[in-house]
Design a protein around this ligand. Structure first.
Ligand SMILES: [Zn+2]
Length: 293
C-alpha cells in the first residue's frame, strides 16, 4: 500500500492460501509492479498467482498485468467494455511530456510527467462476470462484486468474508477526493453502500491508507453532500464552472486534490439533466486543472 495520495500511486492486494494466490490489481509502471511482486514473493511464489482481478481499467491499476502472463485476468463486463476508451501509455507519455502550456497540459505534466511507462503493453481481461462471483483461493472464499458505474464505467470490489476485508479499487479514495470519470456521482454513493453492506471492517481503497466503516461512511456522506449542493446549483441554472468553484470553496476540507470536485460536480450536473455537460476524460482534466491553478 502507498500512504501517498498523489495520482498514480495505487494499492494492490494479495490473497494467498494453500499454494494458490489471487492479486487485486497491479501497478502503474513495470518498475512499480516488479517492486510489488518482489514483496509478494516473500509470501508465495509468483507462479502460484492464478488470478488477477482488475478493479477497473485505469492504467494505475492494470499496466503491470503483463508481468503475470500465466494468470487469468478477471473483471466485470462493464469494466471490460470500457477498456477501449482508456488512454494508453504512449498517449499519456506524449501528453505528460508535451510542451503545451495550457492549464490541462500543465496539470498532466505536473502529475504524470515523472512516470516511466517504457515497455508497458496493455493486457485486457481474459474472463468477465456480472453481479457477483465466488472464487476459491486455496481454502479462502473470495467474492467478486460488480459495483457498476461510479468512479469508472465499471468498478469491481474483492471481498474476503472470513477476514471481513474488502479491496475496493477506486470506489474509495482515502485522504483524497474521489475522481468521477463515469458521470455517475449517484453510482459512487451507491458503491459506498454496497461496500458497507458486505459488513466488512477493513476497506483497502484504491489509493491511500486503509479505512474502517466510519471512514467509508464519511466518504459516502461527503459525496452525498456534494450531490445535494451541485443539484441545487443545477436547478438554479448556475454554470457548471461556477458551481464547481463554489463547491470547492465549501467542500474541499482537508482531503488532497480538491480540484477533483469538478468531476463530482459535472457528474451531478449530468445526472440532473443539465444539457451539454462535458464527459470526456480530457474535459474532466481541463475542469480539474481550472480549479487547481
Ligand atoms: Zn486509481
Amino acid at each position: 500500500m502507498h500512504d501517498r495520495t498523489d495520482w498514480g500511486y495505487s494499492n494492490s492486494g494479495l490473497i494467498a492460501s494453500r499454494g494458490q494466490a489471487l492479486l487485486v490489481d497491479t501497478q502503474f509502471t513495470l518498475g512499480a509492479t516488479r517492486e510489488f511482486l518482489a514483496a509478494v514473493e516473500e509470501t508465495c511464489p509468483l507462479d502460484a498467482i492464478g488470478v488477477v482481478v482488475s478493479t477497473h481499467q485505469n492504467g494505475d491499476h492494470t499496466w503491470g498485468h503483463q508481468l503475470l502472463p500465466q494468470a487469468e485476468i478477471i473483471t466485470s463486463v462493464a469494466s471490460a467494455a470500457s477498456s477501449c476508451h482508456e488512454m494508453g501509455p504512449d498517449q499519456l507519455t506524449l501528453l505528460a511530456r508535451s510542451a503545451a502550456t495550457d492549464n490541462a497540459s500543465a496539470y498532466v505534466a505536473e502529475h504524470f510527467g515523472h512516470f516511466d511507462f517504457t515497455g508497458v503493453t496493455v493486457v485486457t481481461s481474459t474472463r468477465t462476470f456480472e453481479g457477483r462471483e465466488e472464487v476459491k483461493v486455496g481454502d479462502t472464499v473470495v467474492e467478486l462484486i460488480d459495483l457498476g458505474a461510479g468512479h469508472s464505467a465499471g468498478d469491481v470490489a474483492v471481498h474476503v468474508p472470513d477476514e471481513r476485508v474488502v479491496f475496493t479499487g477506486d470506489a474509495l479514495f482515502s485522504g483524497a477526493h474521489m475522481v468521477v470519470w463515469s458521470g455517475s456521482l449517484s453510482g459512487c454513493i451507491q458503491a459506498c453502500q454496497m461496500l458497507l453492506d458486505t459488513e466488512a471492517d477493513v476497506f483497502v481503497p484504491g489509493h491511500g491508507r486503509q479505512l474502517d466503516r466510519a471512514g467509508v461512511i464519511a466518504i459516502q456522506d461527503q459525496l452525498s453532500d456534494v450531490a445535494d449542493a451541485a443539484g441545487a446549483y443545477a436547478r438554479r441554472g448556475v454554470p457548471l464552472s461556477d458551481a464547481a468553484r463554489l463547491i470547492k470553496a465549501s467542500h474541499a476540507g482537508t482531503w488532497a486534490h480538491p480540484e477533483r470536485l469538478f468531476t463530482q460536480t459535472a457528474a451531478a450536473y449530468a445526472e440532473s439533466g443539465v444539457p451539454g455537460v462535458p464527459s470526456s476524460t480530457w474535459a474532466m482534466v481541463e475542469g480539474m486543472a481550472s480549479l487547481a491553478f
